[in-house]
Design a protein around this ligand. Structure first.
Ligand code: FES
Length: 251
């Protein structure tokens, strides 16, 4: 039993986090292993991008198939990077430590375990790898941006040229949120402005750091929004590819 003198509904936040995260994990695991219906020209699901294995469906491998020997789902090769980035994120750590381990469940609420060891030992000390995942996340962001450019291409049966459908807009919205999440990262803030003695001697980095710091104040919101948007885009493309409905085309 958790102990606290708080009388407000402090449990609401960890409970909601638990439900939403669990739902996302179930959905993402299902999609990662159910490796079909992830491409509906010109849209490629973010869970499967870049599609690098021999089993990738025609048209989905914009960077070739260098991992032709890989026989499992193509998503499993690349999901480690965005997943590792999110799992080690400072904000998500706070959220899932509270929601799943009750460590602690909320401010001024005692945790049920008697001993607290923080992140000083294995395996949690590995959370420090987050800064390296940030670099991988930037590459993922660039690839997803490229996917959005391709999403302005023709769908099946359309002539060459620039086109746009609802899927294009959803992918565009998703990549904006992914960039907001990536650039608002605490590690990004340190990369742009850390290890400096004098900001006055580094005006460009000072400007970058100021920009990132402003984004950083809303990092938690971007973490949630981008989690929803990436799942939504995947679901949308899944339903399109499964012929559940047609993509509304604007031009
Ligand atoms: Fe959240 Fe880096 S702190 S992504």
């Amino acid at each position: 039993m958790v102990k606290t003198l708080r009388t407000d509904r402090w449990w609401l936040y960890p409970a909601a986090t638990f439900v939403v995260f669990s739902g996302f994990v179930v959905f993402a695991t299902f999609r990662a292993f159910y490796a079909t219906d992830y491409y509906s020209a010109p849209y490629l699901s973010p869970f499967f991008s870049p599609c690098l294995t021999g089993s990738c469906v025609e048209g989905s491998s914009d960077f070739g198939q260098p991992l032709g020997w890989w026989s499992l789902s193509p998503a499993l090769v690349i999901l480690i990077f965005p997943l590792g980035f999110r799992l080690t994120c400072y904000y998500y750590r706070k959220a899932y430590y509270r929601a799943f381990w009750l460590s602690p469940p909320a401010c001024a609420v005692a945790e049920p375990k008697a001993k607290y060891t923080g992140e000083t030992r294995f395996p949690l000390i590995l959370q420090n790898i987050h800064r390296y995942f940030w670099y991988a996340a930037v590459v993922v962001g660039l690839i997803l941006t490229y996917d959005v450019v391709l999403a302005f291409g023709p769908a099946e049966g359309e002539p060459d040229g620039i086109h746009m459908g609802l899927g294009t807009l959803l992918m565009l919205g998703n990549v904006v949120l992914i960039w907001l999440y990536t650039l608002s990262c605490h590690s990004c803030r340190h990369i742009t402005g850390g290890r400096l003695r004098h900001f006055s001697k580094h005006p460009v980095r000072y400007r970058m750091w100021t920009f990132v710091s402003k984004l950083n104040a809303r990092h938690a919101q971007y973490a949630w929004y981008s989690l929803f948007s990436v799942a939504l885009v995947d679901l949308y493309i899944f339903l399109l590819a499964a012929n559940v409905f047609d993509d509304p085309r604007f031009f």
